[in-house]
Each structure stands twice: as structure tokens, then as C-alpha cells.
Design a protein around this ligand. Structure first.
Ligand code: ME8
Length: 702
């Protein structure tokens, strides 16, 4: 049995959790559940980082002790993990005794290796980021002295001590943190240092020789560039200007730097916990890109010094913004994961976060995008598939039971006989490959390939017309088997929805021989084909309720996204200038590049063609619409376009344009439109897309 240990960062308790924290922890949960499904021996760790000046200050601001603040905020994190169905095996708090003992032991090992020494620190510190900086790294900003508080400032310019001469107002420089842009403070104090410079060679060699140690590879390049770029300075690892931390062994004037304390949590819960020794080195430290340097440069050097092997890999994911902005209390745009889960459901929230944005890249959160995923992917694609198949199957099979003796004869299905069987195998492979590479979005896309294929198959095979016949039985068995596959593969992402799918088509919730009885295993995918023989169909409630979006407009703002700024996410390009009700809302955001991605297969579904405009005339009663006749090379089409405010009908014939040739026909102001011409909009004007070489009509655009 393979051993798999995954960790999240331990989160600061100065403030309550938000979607960023939820994101990392759900990702770790998905991977933990996936590895349990593979049959691995899994240890999944999360927790809270409770020491440091930032927590001490936050507590003081609320008139509480740091311990009291930590107790209550750590409880919020625990509640959130219950709400989000997180299956962690341990929750560590850095204020626990077990952790203090580890930190002391770890410190003593590094000291014995002669990597810790006493000196004086002089430099800059950002408390919100708990990070030391050199002046060179900071962002200076000059401001009139009267505008500034004292922290983080240095005086510049002329000063008249008598106050009699009128001088230009004194300028001061505020030194801002390059990460959070807040003012830093200058520190001058005795400090213990860690000999980071002495570990430079080891770090470079390790990351060069282990290409998978830091992922995605772009992040590895960043760290290598950092290491090669400048001299690695020794790191200050203790402070004397506050109390809330673990004291330095044998020198209680100092508390240990919060990052030195925090990183060691991973060892407290593994190597230093009896029975868990084998879970070190961790298989994956999952972190946000903001704390990658701490988890690679610092952590690997500390471990080397204390005589521990490094983690196998550190994966840094991207950053969620809201409406393109960093989440912050002052902007009032912090998204509360409790609220989102309560409003939309835990599983849809979990699904959205990993379907919307490739794991590793940044994403822009909006409730509108989440709603589109709920209605499109979950209610329409997956939910309808399940309810259609379950409806028909419960009538087709007597007493809704599929007798074990049922014969399955895919040859009755003609060409489509093995279509789903083949697709299931492809999808399984794509899914396993994707999760092996921590490509969570690609794994979900693979499942949706199967769901879409199965929906198309229901439409074509029309099993309700073949009730009681071998052909009806064969198509239903194929569909049930495909739903079973989707149910198993979705388990890590949406455990609740997965169980409900499997319950409806198998009549029970116990799968495989997993140690957690309600969790399927990937071995379930290899059960005798079709496995659903002998099972019962249990009709249930809708898997996911469709949202009534028309009435939800006001409520969408609760994600911190003003309604007028919401993205269009995942829709086809808007038809050139055709005024629609929706167009008004989206117009203001047409320059916002959506962060949702589509696959190349989704893109290929669009049949884009070169077309020549043959005729153009006004549409009676409309100021914007023009009726076009276009030549597609042997076929002509009538298309309505909203371009008259920019182009006169007389200037259009002869122009070469790009047509979406497979758009479902629609009536616009009573005139049929059999496609859509593409245009780029810029404020009130627009420009039809054309070609810079001569291309015949009807040529594929790709
Ligand atoms: O850094 N988008 O704790 P922290 C995506 N205590 N992920 C986000 C995010 C966002 N907008 N905001 C936060 C600490 N995260 C230290 C860690 S570990 C030994 C010590 C996630 O409470 C992301 O995982 O500031 C990020 O790395 C982490 O929360 C930072 O949490």
C-alpha cells in the first residue's frame, strides 16, 4: 500500500477564513480522497498558525488575549472544514504542547549543526506578511510629512529648526512591503540567525536535480532564478520586541520567528507523532503562490540542517481575486465561504472552484460564474442525465430491479454499441493522468466528456421507445454504467453528489472495500461489466436544483461583485452588436478577459467560416440591425447583425467576414438569422473581423 501525506498551510488566526483558505483545503481534500480511492494509506493534515506579532496585534486591537482570539478563530476554521466536508486526519494548532516540544527539538538539532548563531538584526519587517525585507526590496513612496504616520518612514529634505523660514513641506519616505504594499517597520534588535547562506549550494543542487520538487514548473523556475540571482542572506529567526510565540530554548528573552515555528508543524504531526513516523517526508505540501519561498528556500534549508529529508514536492496554486481585485476588508469584497456553501451547496462550490480555473493559475471569483456552472454543468448536464436514465430504467426493469441474469447485448445498438464503453476507458485514463499531475480542472473535464457523450447517447438511442426489448436493456445498461463511472470519478470532488448518483443507480451507498465505507475506490471501475446488473434503481430528488437566475440578480452581489461588473463567463461571443437584454449588463465588462477557460474540444465545436457578404439591407423598425446575405462557398445564408450604427448597408457587399456557421438559427426582430458574424467592439464602435490575405468563402477558421 502506497503512503500518501498531503498538507495545507496552517492558517493565521488573526482573521476569519475566506475562500482562499477554502480553496487550498478543498484541493488537498480532493487529492486525499483521490489517493484513498486508489487504495493508498493517506494522512491529510491541516491546522492553524497561532503565534506571532500579527496575531498579538489583532488580539490587542479587539481587547482580547492572543490565546482567546486563537481559540475562537481556530474554531471557525474547524467549523468551515466540517461545512465543506473536509476529510483531514489531524488538525494541528501551533499553541499545542506537542508542537512546542518539536520546535525545541528541531531548534536544538539545527544549533548542534552550527547553523544557529546570535547576532544583531537591522532591517525592515512587514508584520501582516510576517516577512523580513532589505531596503532594496521595498517600494519607497515620498509623501508630505503631514500625511504620514511614523511607522515605516524616513525623513528627507530640508528642516528649519527655528520654524521661521518658510521651506517647502518636509517630505518623508514610506517604505512599503513588496507583497502587500503596506508600510513596513524598521527593526534593530539582537536576534538569532539561521545560516541560510551556508545552504545555498544544497538548495540549488536539490531543485536542479529534482525537477518535480516544485510545481508547476514555472514556480520552480522562479525559485531557481531567485537563488541564482542574489546572495542568500542569513535569516533572522528570533525576535525580542513581543511575547506571543515559542521561547528560544535557554534564552527566553527571544521568541522564535513565526515562520520557523510554523513550518515545523509538518514534522510535529508526522515524524514526531508516534505511529505516523512513516508519513515524513510529506508527498505534497499544497500552498498558495504567496508562501512558496518559505516552503522551498527556508523549509528545505531548515530540514537539511536538522537532518530530515525534504518533502517530495511543493505545489503552489494561483490566487483568487474578486472582480479583478485582491480580497480585502477595506474593499469589502471578501467572499465568505460559509455564505457561499450555504447559498449554493457545498458540492457545487467545491466543483466550481476547480472547474472554473486551471489549478495553478489565478482566477476571478464571481457568484455569476458559479451560478452558470450550477445550471449548465450540474443541473443540465449531470442532473438531467441522471434523472432521465433513472426515470426510464425504473419503468423498463420490473420493480426497478436489474436482474443479475440480464443479458447485455451491445450489438443491438448498431454503430453506437461500444461507443460509451470506449469513452469510459478513455475518460478513466485521462482522469487518472490528470490527477497524477494535479491537474484538477482537466480531471473534471474528462468526466464531463463522458457526461456529454452519455447525454447525446440518450437522445440517439431513445431507450423509452424500446421498453422491454434487448435494445432498450442494452442502452440503459450502457447509460447506467456510464453514470456509475461518473459517480465514482466525481467522488473526490463532490462526495455528497457522488453518493447520491451511486445510490440512485445502485440502490445502496456502500462501495468497494474502502476503509471509509461510503467511499468508492478506483478498483470499482474495473468491476465486471456492466456492474449495475443485479442492482436496484432508486428514484431520488433532483441532484442539483436549477437556479432561477432572473430573480437572483440582486443576490449575486453578495459575492462582492457588483451586478454591473459581472463577467460573461463561458458564453459564446456576443453576436455583432445585436442588442439583447443581457448585452446591457455585459457591455461594461466586454474588456474583462474571462478567467474561465474552455478546452480545445469545446472550441472546436464552433464551426467558424470565411464568408463573403453578397447583399445587405435594413431591417424595418430597427436602427441597429442589418439583414445580410452571405456566401459560404456553394451555400448562402441569411444573417442578422447589429452593425448599422457603424456600417451602412451600401458599404457591406463584397466584404469578407467570419461567420459562426453552426449557431442554432434564431429570429431577431422577426427575421431569421442563420449564423452570426464576428466583430470586435470598442466603446460605441465596432469592427467586423476580416482577413489580411485573400481567402475563398466557406474556409474553416480555427
Ligand atoms: O500564510 N487565493 O497563512 P494565511 C488563493 N500562516 N489562496 C489563498 C488566498 C487567495 N486569495 N488567500 C489565502 C500563512 N489563500 C501562514 C502559513 S504554513 C507553515 C504557514 C491560501 O492564513 C493560500 O493557500 O495567510 C495561501 O498560501 C494561504 O491561504 C495563506 O494563509
Amino acid at each position: 500500500m502506497a503512503r500518501f501525506c498531503i498538507t495545507t498551510p496552517i492558517y493565521y488566526v488573526n482573521d476569519v477564513p475566506h475562500i482562499g483558505h477554502a480553496y487550498t483545503t478543498i484541493a488537498a481534500d480532493i487529492l486525499a480522497r483521490y489517493h484513498r480511492m486508489l487504495g493508498d494509506d493517506v494522512f491529510f493534515l491541516t491546522g492553524t498558525d497561532e503565534h506571532g506579532k500579527k496575531v498579538e496585534q489583532a488580539a490587542a486591537a479587539q481587547g482580547r488575549t492572543p490565546r482567546d482570539l486563537a481559540d475562537s478563530v481556530h474554531g471557525r476554521f474547524r467549523d468551515l472544514w466540517r461545512t465543506l466536508n473536509i476529510s483531514n486526519d489531524d488538525f494541528i494548532r501551533t499553541t499545542e504542547d506537542r508542537h512546542r516540544r518539536t520546535v525545541h527539538d528541531f531548534w536544538s538539532r539545527a544549533k548542534a549543526a552550527k547553523d544557529i548563531f546570535l547576532g544583531d538584526y537591522e532591517g525592515w519587517y512587514c508584520t501582516p506578511c510576517e516577512t523580513f525585507w532589505t531596503e532594496k526590496e521595498l517600494i519607497p513612496e515620498s509623501r508630505p510629512a503631514s500625511e504620514l504616520e511614523n511607522a515605516g518612514t524616513l525623513m528627507e529634505g530640508p528642516v528649519d529648526p527655528t520654524g521661521e523660514i518658510s521651506l517647502p513641506e518636509r517630505q518623508e519616505t514610506i517604505w512599503r512591503c513588496p507583497t502587500c504594499r503596506r508600510p513596513t517597520e524598521k527593526l534593530r534588535q539582537p536576534s538569532y540567525f539561521f545560516n541560510l547562506s551556508g545552504r545555498w549550494k544544497y538548495l540549488v543542487e536539490h531543485f536542479e536535480q529534482h525537477p518535480d520538487a516544485i510545481q508547476p514548473s514555472s514556480r520552480r523556475n522562479e525559485i531557481l532564478a531567485f537563488l541564482r540571482g542574489e546572495d542568500l542572506r542569513d535569516l533572522s529567526i528570533s525576535r525580542t520586541d513581543f511575547q506571543w510565540g515559542i521561547p528560544v530554548p535557554d534564552d527566553s528573552r527571544h521568541v522564535i520567528y513565526v515562520w520557523f515555528d510554523a513550518l515545523v508543524n509538518y514534522l510535529t504531526a508526522t515524524h514526531y507523532s508516534p505511529g505516523r513516523e512513516d508519513f515524513w517526508p510529506a508527498s505534497i505540501h499544497l500552498v498558495g503562490k504567496d508562501i512558496l519561498r518559505f516552503h522551498t528556500v527556508y523549509w528545505f534549508a531548515f530540514l537539511k540542517s536538522a537532518g530530515f529529508p525534504p518533502p517530495e514536492r511543493v505545489f503552489a496554486h494561483g490566487w483568487w481575486t474578486v472582480d479583478g481585485q485582491k480580497m480585502s476588508k477595506s474593499l469589502g469584497n471578501v467572499v465568505d465561504p460559509f455564505e457561499v456553501a450555504q447559498k449554493y451547496g457545498t458540492d457545487p462550490f467545491r466543483y466550481f472552484l476547480f472547474r472554473e480555473v486551471p489549478f495553478g493559475q489565478d482566477g476571478n471569483y464571481s457568484n455569476r460564474l458559479l451560478e452558470a456552472r450550477i445550471n449548465g454543468d450540474l443541473a443540465n448536464d449531470l442532473g438531467n442525465l441522471l434523472s432521465r436514465v433513472v426515470q426510464v430504467a425504473s419503468k423498463h426493469f420490473l420493480d426497478s430491479r436489474i436482474p443479475a441474469s440480464t443479458t447485455h447485448d451491445p450489438s443491438t445498438l448498431g454503430q453506437d454499441g461500444t461507443l460509451l464503453l470506449v469513452r469510459r476507458e478513455q475518460v478513466k485514463k485521462a482522469y487518472l493522468d490528470a490527477l497524477g499531475r494535479i491537474e484538477l480542472q482537466a480531471a473534471l473535464e474528462a468526466v464531463w466528456d463522458l457526461v456529454r457523450e452519455a447525454n447525446g447517447y440518450v437522445d440517439r438511442s431513445r431507450p423509452w421507445e424500446h421498453r422491454g426489448t434487448p435494445r432498450g436493456t442494452a442502452s440503459l445498461l450502457e447509460l447506467l454504467e456510464s453514470l456509475r463511472f461518473a459517480g465514482v470519478l466525481l467522488q473526490p470532488f463532490m462526495p455528497g453528489i457522488s453518493n447520491r448518483i451511486l445510490h440512485q443507480i445502485l440502490g445502496r451507498e456502500i462501495f468497494g472495500s474502502s476503509s471509509r465505507p461510503s467511499e468508492p475506490e478506483t478498483a470499482d471501475l474495473d468491476r465486471p461489466y456492466p456492474f449495475t446488473k443485479g442492482c436496484s434503481i432508486v428514484k431520488g430528488a433532483h441532484l442539483v436544483e436549477r437556479l432561477d437566475l432572473a430573480s437572483a440578480v440582486g443576490s449575486r452581489e453578495s459575492g462582492g461583485v457588483p451586478a454591473a461588473k459581472m463577467e460573461q463567463g463561458g458564453t459564446l461571443p456576443k453576436q455583432a452588436g445585436v442588442p439583447t437584454k443581457e448585452a446591457k449588463v455585459t457591455e461594461t465588462t466586454s474588456n474583462t478577459i474571462t478567467t474561465s477557460t474552455i478546452t480545445i474540444d469545446e472550441f472546436r465545436k464552433m464551426d467558424l467560416r470565411s464568408a463573403t457578404i453578397l447583399e445587405a439591407e435594413e431591417v424595418p423598425g430597427s436602427k441597429r440591425l442589418v439583414k445580410l446575405k452571405v456566401d459560404l462557398g456553394g451555400e448562402s445564408r441569411q444573417v442578422v447583425a447589429g452593425i448599422r450604427h457603424v456600417y451602412t448597408p451600401a458599404e457591406l457587399p463584397g466584404k469578407k467576414v467570419v461567420l459562426v456557421a453552426n449557431l442554432a438559427p434564431a429570429k431577431i426582430m422577426g427575421v431569421e438569422s442563420q449564423g452570426m458574424v464576428l466583430a470586435a467592439t470598442d466603446g460605441d464602435t465596432l469592427s467586423l473581423l476580416s482577413f489580411d490575405r485573400d481567402v475563398g468563402p466557406g474556409r474553416k477558421v480555427k
